[in-house]
Design a binder for this molecule. Structure first.
Ligand code: ZN
Length: 296
């Protein structure tokens, strides 16, 4: 999820909600969206359409304030429904989906840091709402971001370009993706890439190149993606982590991750280097066709 170019993550909230504010209202991790419209939209107006808890300012989208809050009741009003963010991929406008990802991370931070982790005193807003501070012991916390690395391993052989793609044991559907894993204490990103690759599939790689990064609000990751060249080793899948991993030629690619994921952008960019007309690239052109968000 990439925050749109016309989004301003201002920390200072405007004095009032505004007549045409966007409302990102959550029951647990499910977002309130309309049922009658396709694509669905989030509520817009001076007031939220349901009773909710403390409102948190998220930023300005196309000049309009965006507010996040948790609802008091899981009962959605008529013509509205609560839906998980993953189910809204490809349906809710990408810009709204990205802001919703920021909104739920801010709400989760507030929910899980109400009390000081050192002395259990109730915390207060700090640094204009960016963090929480303990008035008793001074402990200060900011939203947690968990860095995770991703690496796409490639090799160019007699049959052309091949990508090493894996199906993780916890993947919800049967698609194949680049390898990924969380950075551990004291590790550099490069250390993590080499360790995870060896642990998960037992191969050696070299020539790490940074590709891009992407916020991933499930629940608070920052994915940092690399491409690397294969060096040596036979694929041995780590039990419980990787169900299957193989070399795929570009002519016989498996199902790939969603177009909004950095994994897919990484895979597409690596395909496009040698096959700019490959059919796998077509799906991601959808974002360009969607255009900017102009009204809700
Ligand atoms: Zn404290």
């Amino acid at each position: 999820m990439l925050l749109p170019e016309n989004f301003e993550p201002l920390v200072c909230a405007p004095a009032d909600c505004g007549e045409d504010a966007y409302w990102f209202l959550f029951d647990q991790r499910a977002l309130l969206v309309s049922t009658g419209d396709e694509p669905p939209v989030v509520p817009v107006g001076a007031e939220p359409p349901v009773a909710c808890g403390q409102q948190q300012f998220v930023g300005l989208l196309a000049g309009k304030p965006c507010w996040a809050a948790r609802v008091d009741s899981a009962q959605a009003p008529e013509a509205w429904v609560f839906e998980g963010l993953r189910g809204l991929f490809n349906r809710l406008h990408d810009d709204l989906l990205a802001v919703a990802g920021r909104a739920i991370q801010l709400l989760e931070f507030q929910r899980t840091h109400r009390y000081c982790g050192v002395c259990a005193t109730e915390t207060v807003d700090h640094d204009e709402g960016r963090g929480r501070c303990c008035p008793a012991c001074g402990e200060t916390v900011y939203p947690r971001i968990a860095p995770a690395m991703m690496v796409l391993i490639k090799r160019d052989g007699p049959q052309g370009r091949e990508l090493l793609l894996a199906h993780g044991s916890r993947f919800p559907t049967v698609f194949y993706s680049a390898l990924a894993g969380f950075v551990e204490a004291s590790e550099s990103l490069e250390d993590c890439v080499h360790r995870e690759t060896m642990e998960e599939i037992g191969v050696k790689i070299a020539n790490l190149r940074y590709f891009a990064s992407q916020s991933w609000p499930f629940p608070h990751s920052l994915m940092i993606a690399f491409v690397a060249d294969y060096v040596s080793g036979e694929i041995v899948c780590q039990p419980g982590e990787i169900e299957d991993a193989r070399w795929f030629s570009l002519a016989a690619l498996p199902d790939l991750p969603h177009r909004l994921s950095i994994a897919r952008r990484l895979i597409n960019a690596t395909i496009a280097e040698v096959a700019p007309d490959h059919p796998a690239l077509e799906e991601t052109a959808l974002r360009a066709m969607q255009g900017p968000l102009t009204s809700a």
